[in-house]
Design a protein around this ligand. Sequence first.
Ligand code: GDP
Length: 305
Amino acid sequence: QVVYDRGLKKSRSGFADRFNRFLSNFRSVDENFFEDLEETLIGADVGFDLALRISDELREEVKLQNAKRKEDVQAVIIQKMVDLYEADGLNEDSQMHFAPAGEPTVILMVGVNGVGKTTTIGKMADRFRQEGRSVLLAAADTFRAGATKQLQEWGQRSQVPVIAGKEKADPASVVYEALQRAKNENYDILMVDTAGRLQNNVNLMQELAKMKRIIQRELPAAPQEVLLVLDATTGQNALQQAKLFKDSSDVTGIVLTKVDGTAKGGIVFAIRSQMHLPVKWIGFGEKASDLRVFNSEEFIYGLFK
Ligand code: GDP
């Protein structure tokens, strides 16, 4: 909770302040109340459909609980958001999947340039290592000049080895080498950093597919995770990226970064309701410790605190 105090400061100022303003005008729960609520939710980037759903279900709930006081209505709203987020079991899916003991878990990280992919890999590597797992990184973005060097810096900081290829080398060859090393030296986790150029996304998607084929040939149960990294500050753009990657790679979950830099924490709900992809991690800063396993209840309470 302490972590979210800092990480969600801006989201709170956009989301909860909006809500508090809304609730401070509270007189009674009537039709105007629900219309204003819908507007507030849409304005907080929750997404149109979900805003209507929350408001519809709230009508019932407020009646059921006979909520009249502002505090009670707020409590019902928060609980409703938690319930709706957790419906369909997506919350259970927010757990990471690992390979059975004795086999390396392979995590493929995808997303467009600048969203925080390399930084997130560094943070996750650091965290896994602290949990006592051995981690190997593969720098499969051989396209962007600085990408390998940046990953190597994180590797050094977290004392995690990095497999890199020559500039412009076939990313699949880097992945192949990393897989051999991970298997032969019994690494627990192999994380693969991939390219994120969007200028030619057909090539990019083919490149990702090829990597995946090679991973599956070497380790049929892998990759256990294909994590799509999205920048929370980009709002609707993030949703478009989610759609693009979801359609062409089998994304298993989302890492939402830069939550500290946005008042648009509501985007979590839009991703959830429009993309049906579980958010698995939240990044809220540039340091290794600024990463947290996503928990919807904690996140939603954090927005209102
Ligand atoms: P990549 O191109 O997707 O690999 O993105 P990078 O990992 O290079 O990150 C791009 C920039 O975003 C860097 O300056 C990072 O320090 C910054 N960054 C990454 N994650 C976060 C985050 O959660 N919060 C903030 N404030 N900055 C971040």
